[in-house]
Design a protein around this ligand. Structure first.
Ligand code: FMN
Length: 608
């Protein structure tokens, strides 16, 4: 085991909450040290972006929420000041201000545990109509909804940087300031910051989809190169930014096969004249050495996984072609024409026999499906997401504060939501180059025509036997009668478990009052051993992406979601009989009907 892997596993164990003790954290909140949740680079040139009022957003019926799942069918927006304004407005901007008891605080389009927002966002782009005269790297400032130009660079450098990417590509970089979260949550903050990156990746992807654009995470980039491109290399001290990832954004009709930018340009970035001095976030800090250790263990080196995957696919194809050609030549040499003819005849007969068997099987299968249950995909039309405007869903997303425990969810909607979390054919998961690794363990509390209890939804059906062997042998593994045939969804235990769900989620009532609470059970030890310690953040990113999808699904169907980062890790593992580190519970998410907030006023984002 490498020392990085050892360090990341040590962090994982140390940052677990248990019934007897929570992960190390501050004993009380020192409000004097509360970090500023907005970073600004003083002295930079500010480019104000366009703003839309709530009324304007409401009036935008198109694109619909459903269209966000096939952005290639939308006409891609031209890359200019307006479309970039829209992209940031729909992904990382302020969504509303809240006011209660004389205190005001902003919420954003992307969620964050404790509303602490460790994620910083950067735009890396060539010249852009109405916005950028030169290729530039800009920091996004949500409070004024503006870009701060940190550095400009030459057209030649931009050419090198974007070479091989589809025409019309620009990049978005993400970083984390762990102190913003550790101030409140201590050691567990590193995990929460990674969840937030996952939410941010998905928030960007949905906003891009609305403009007919696609995102691709560049998985072969090194942490060091990302830091250099974002101008945050060599930052030191408790308020430093840690690079997370770089994404290419481009017209959705095009395909991006690149997995990293050219490393030749990195030295150019080191020598740029970087502008701006970051504001100080807190007057003093509390050090969490474990976070520092985890962050340095999870640093990624440059890799060539995707190139290799493409290469080995190509090689395999070539080899197969070669082999079949060789075989044919050999056969021709060895056999007379007559012999060959006879053989071909026999082969043809066999093929016909097989084909008719296959056809018969298909017919039987489709008859069986029609006779048994409806396919989840056919719910889509039934539920009419085609008329729900995307932008309203995105900007209305909130975390439920309290949920109504007497409201029941229609099982068709529940199944449609599960189906949406499947990695196939869902561009939201395209941005993840590795994985999927995560299954959903579900506490079903209030879903019509489903017995309350513990269920499992397999996002990779082929893992059924593995999971069956990993958890309690007395679980039922029964598919509910009304479950669509194409969903691997099983009842494990029939019992009213809502209070237990809440107890496991740090005693938070919303996990019990929800219609369902999902626990994200991720493959853990094997991907970490296969790829390295840097895979640890990726596992949390996948959970964050799933969480963001559930937030928006909930909103689109008139419900409300809430991420739950506080839960008791090993007590849940024990409850389902999970031993060792083969799978780990990495995030919870509750979906239900929200209760109205009392005593809190909601004010528009930018109209004060
Ligand atoms: C990773 C993550 C973990 C969270 N954990 C909890 C939690 O344990 N309990 C809770 O009530 N809210 C939790 N939240 C919700 C946040 O508190 C919420 O996103 C934040 O207050 C901002 O509000 P908004 O989502 O309405 O914009 C979590 C959110 C995220 C993204």
């Amino acid at each position: 085991m490498t020392k990085e892997l050892e360090a990341i596993l040590a962090y994982h164990q140390a940052s677990k909450h248990n019934f007897k003790s929570y992960a190390p954290g501050p004993h009380r909140l020192d409000l004097r040290l509360k970090p500023d949740s907005f970073l600004n680079y003083h002295g930079t040139r500010l480019l104000n972006l366009e703003i839309w009022s709530d009324e304007q957003t409401k009036a935008e019926i198109y694109p619909t929420y459903e269209q966000a799942f096939s952005p290639e069918k939308l006409k891609p927006s031209e890359l200019n000041a307006k479309s970039i304004s829209r992209l940031f407005f729909d992904s990382f901007a302020i969504s509303v201000w809240k006011l209660a008891e004389g205190t005001e605080w902003p919420l954003r389009v992307n969620p964050s545990s404790g509303n602490l927002h460790p994620t910083e966002v950067y735009l890396l782009s060539g010249p852009m109509k109405g916005l950028l005269k030169n290729p530039s790297i800009c920091h996004y400032a949500p409070l004024p909804h503006a870009l701060e130009i940190r550095a400009e660079f030459s057209q030649a450098t931009w050419k090198l940087l974007s070479s091989g990417f589809p025409e019309g590509t620009f990049f978005v970089g993400l970083s984390s300031i762990f102190w913003r979260v550790s101030w409140k949550y201590g050691l567990r903050a590193f995990r929460y910051a990674q969840h937030d990156i996952g939410h941010a990746i998905a928030a960007l992807t949905f906003a891009a989809a609305g403009l007919g654009w696609k995102t691709s995470l560049l998985p072969d980039m090194s942490s060091k190169d990302i830091a250099a491109l974002l101008g945050i290399s060599g930052e030191k001290g408790p308020e430093k930014q840690e690079p997370a990832c770089l994404l290419a954004v481009y017209p959705a009709e095009k395909t991006c096969t690149k997995s990293r930018t050219s490393s030749v340009v990195i030295s150019d970035f080191k020598n740029l004249s970087w502008k701006g001095i970051p504001n100080s976030l807190s007057p003093e800090h509390v050090e969490w050495v474990g976070i520092e250790d985890a962050a340095s263990a999870a640093q990624k080196r440059e890799t060539d996984y995707l190139d290799k995957r493409e290469e080995s696919n190509e090689k395999l194809k070539e080899e197969l072609k070669e082999k079949s050609n060789e075989k044919l030549k050999e056969q021709l040499k060895e056999k007379s024409n007559e012999e060959l003819k006879e053989e071909l005849k026999e082969e043809l007969k066999e093929e016909l026999k097989e084909k008719s068997n296959e056809e018969l099987k298909e017919e039987l299968k489709s008859n069986m499906q029609a006779a048994s249950s409806l396919k989840a995909s056919s719910f889509k039309n039934l539920l009419n997401l085609d008329t729900v405007p995307l932008r309203e869903v995105i900007r209305k997303r909130r975390s439920a504060i309290e949920m109504n425990n007497s409201a029941y969810l229609e099982n068709e909607i529940f199944y449609a939501m599960l189906q949406r979390t499947l990695p196939e054919n869902n561009p939201i998961f395209n941005s993840l180059a590795f994985g999927p690794f995560t299954h959903l363990l579900l506490f079903v509390n209030h879903v019509k025509d489903l017995l309350p209890g513990l269920y499992i939804f397999l996002r990779k059906p082929e893992e059924k036997d593995r999971l069956k062997a990993a958890i309690r042998p007395d679980f039922l593994w029964e598919k509910p009668k009304n479950c669509p045939s194409d969903l691997e969804f099983y009842l494990l235990m029939e019992e009213t478990l809502d209070s237990f769900a809440a107890q496991l989620s740090c005693k938070q009532r919303k996990a019990a009052d929800s219609c369902f609470t999902a626990c994200m059970l991720s493959e853990f030890e094997e991907p970490l051993k296969r790829f390295g310690a840097w895979m640890y953040p990726y596992l949390f990113w996948e959970c964050g992406i799933l969480g963001q999808l559930l937030y928006l699904e909930a909103e689109a169907y008139g419900l409300r979601g809430c991420g739950i980062g506080c839960f008791f890790d090993d007590p849940l593992h024990d409850a389902i009989g999970l031993k060792g580190l083969e799978f780990q519970d990495l995030y919870h998410f509750a979906v239900g009907y929200p209760l109205p907030e009392i005593g809190v006023l909601t004010l528009p984002a930018y109209e004060k």
